[in-house]
Design a protein around this ligand. Structure first.
Ligand code: M6R
Length: 608
């Protein structure tokens, strides 16, 4: 989604901005732009609806010696207004003195635009963000009484009082070189480094230069000057505690992999093993859960979107299957009508921790007291809102398709679920130890699933290359994995893919099956699947069974002798996610899709 960078350095701003923007490309975007302060006190602004790399040639029109070390940049993922250079950020006020970049949504933009237009402001784009430039312009006007103009930070503080919605903003005054950052419900980071001051919406952009950074709190206004001036509502405030960077720029290396998704699929066994190493000894004695400080609960409600919601459903059903706790799940974008049990533990799951649907759902549902965030970003907005934060330690995930974060969420979430059940007396330590031993097999199961999938799936992908659509089936614990398979396939290949509990076939979806229709079956060993497979085969469907030895994709529980419908039924056949990931990726490659940046999608979905 949208990304912000800004720099105030003694070096060449274009180098920092373009480099940092290229590191935000993984988030997904459709246009980009930069505004760099010139030595004449103007803004050199270029925008493009192509890749970030296309900005450099556009800057050639400005003599390099006239470009200073101060500037702002942005990658835009369109919400309001078409994908055009005019709608790309940065946006300017009427005079061109002020330039702004914005992430989030200004919900009252239409009202503000009407008011500002009536007052004589001229707009040059269709986007909501542009109102901010004009509001700051108004706020900087000299006072009629004193003739004095407020400084940039004061003007920004005034301007944001008119806004409704969410924003991370950087405002550049090219005349003075002043720069101000502010945020409300959208992430923004400031770092003071040996290279100068850097601002970004994502640490990935500036990790090469910054070791520590500050994450702006809602309402913070930071003047980026000789000293960093922190204010809130116009009053001085202290800076938040600095955060030590954990993101390594090495994550950008593809090594021998064709793309990031390819690399991230392969990392899954190692991620699972690392998590279990870290948590293992504190699961069965209940201390892992006790340390969260969360009080008693008698129900589990999971909140999330997409793949994270799928992971949440699996974790929640582990609470039910192992501890008899009722559970439900809420699709975050549909939370407005959900009725929350006051005794429920709410587990909000989001790899980014910035998913706007999840953040809004927490507000709408009025959750407080029992909110646990399970996230890959412990400094995210979600983490800051939660009563307790569980870091899933997947490491940075670059591909838009969630892969290793899904595995990390499940392994971490199930570990905490087991610990919570022990802590609340719903499970004995001995039973928990048995479960922990089962969890310990996951890295090997994943590794074997990877080996099998890499071996057999390329040929299957070639076989189904022309199929216009796919059906994914499962029963019991396999249903959510079928859902995850269908999600991955449509996300990456742009072919339709639907999942169903296999028993539902005869109630409608069977009509979709014709000669050659690929039907992926997650075979967790449920004996009832045999008749569903027969129903599909009888109609000419191409059954692609993911199961144990003898199945078309024998990726489950191989040679480790796992009883498929037994020990691991609590959280389902986790390794089945590997073949569905590999199938989606292989087919996407064959079809010439951009595997890491599927069309229309973004890594961090910061609009609702
Ligand atoms: O950052 P989140 O985990 O909250 O993101 C939720 C979904 O947008 C995300 O899982 C999405 O479904 C994935 N791109 C699917 O691969």
């Amino acid at each position: 989604m949208c990304g912000i960078v800004a720099c105030r350095t003694d070096g060449i701003a274009a180098d920092y901005l373009l480099n940092a923007l290229s590191r935000l490309e993984y988030r997904g975007y459709d246009s980009a732009g930069v505004a760099i302060r010139t030595t004449a006190g103007t803004a050199a602004t270029v925008k493009s609806v192509n890749r970030v790399a296309s900005l450099a040639p556009l800057l050639v029109q400005f003599p390099p010696a006239e470009l200073t070390g101060t500037g702002i940049g942005h990658t835009r993922w369109a919400t309001h207004g078409a994908v055009t250079p005019g709608n790309a950020h940065p946006h300017a006020d009427c005079s061109g003195r002020l330039s702004i970049v914005h992430n989030g949504i200004i919900e009252n933009a239409d009202v503000l635009r009407g008011r500002l237009t009536a007052a004589g402001h001229r707009f040059s784009s269709d986007v909501d963000s542009e109102v901010v430039a004009h509001l700051v312009e108004d706020a900087m006007a000299p006072s009629a009484a004193t003739g004095e103009a407020p400084g940039l930070a004061a003007a920004v503080s005034t301007a944001i009082t008119a806004l409704e919605g969410s924003w991370a903003l950087v405002v550049l005054d090219s005349q003075t070189g002043g720069m101000v950052a502010t945020a409300h419900r959208s992430p923004l980071l400031v770092a003071r480094t040996t290279h100068g001051d850097l601002v970004s919406s994502d640490i990935a952009a500036i990790a090469e230069w910054a070791d520590d950074y500050w994450a702006l709190r809602n309402g913070d206004v930071v003047e980026i000057a000789e000293t960093l001036g922190w204010t809130r509502a116009g009053e001085p405030t202290s800076a938040p505690r600095p955060i030590r960077k954990t993101w390594s720029s090495a994550v950008h290396e593809l090594e021998h992999h064709a793309d990031y998704m390819d690399r991230e699929i392969d990392e899954q066994p190692e991620v699972a093993a690392r998590i279990l190493d870290g948590l293992g000894s504190r699961i069965a004695d209940g201390s892992l859960w006790r340390d969260t400080g969360i009080g008693a609960f008698s129900r589990v409600t999971v909140l999330g979107c997409g793949t994270s919601l799928n992971a949440g459903r699996i974790i929640a059903s582990a609470f039910s299957r192992l501890g008899g706790l009722p559970h439900d799940y809420v699709v975050a974008s549909e939370a407005s009508t959900a009725v929350l049990d006051p005794k429920a533990l709410v587990l909000a799951i989001s790899q980014s921790g910035e998913t706007a649907d999840v953040l809004r759902a927490i507000d709408e549902m009025g959750i407080s007291g029992n909110l646990v965030a399970l996230t890959n970003n412990p400094h995210s907005t979600l983490a800051r809102q939660a009563d307790s934060v569980i870091n899933c330690f997947a490491g940075p995930e670059i591909g838009v398709a969630a892969t290793k974060t899904f595995v990390a969420q499940i392994v971490t979430g199930v570990a905490y679920a087991l610990s919570a059940l022990v802590d609340s007396g719903r499970m004995t330590r001995r039973d928990a130890q048995r479960q922990v031993a089962d969890l310990g097999r996951i890295p090997d199961l994943l590794a074997q699933a990877i080996a099998v999938s890499r071996d057999v799936i390329p040929a299957i992908a070639a076989e189904v290359r022309e199929a216009s659509g796919f059906v994914f089936l499962g029963r019991g614990s396999g249903v959510v994995y079928a859902a995850e398979g269908a999600l991955k396939l449509k996300e990456l290949t742009y072919r339709w893919a639907e999942h169903y509990p296999a028993g539902e076939l005869k109630h409608g979806p069977l009509a979709l099956i014709e000669e050659g229709t690929p039907v992926v079956v997650i075979d967790n060993g449920d004996p009832r699947l045999a008749s569903n497979i027969a129903e599909v085969s009888a109609r000419g469907g191409n059954v692609l069974r993911i199961g144990g030895p003898g199945s078309r994709i024998p990726a489950l529980g191989l040679s480790l002798g796992t009883p498929l419908l037994g020990a691991m039924e609590q959280w389902g056949p986790l390794e089945s996610v590997v073949p569905v990931q590999v199938l989606a990726r292989e087919l996407a490659v064959l079809l010439g899709r951009d595997v890491d940046k599927p069309r229309n999608l973004a890594k961090s979905v910061t609009v609702d």
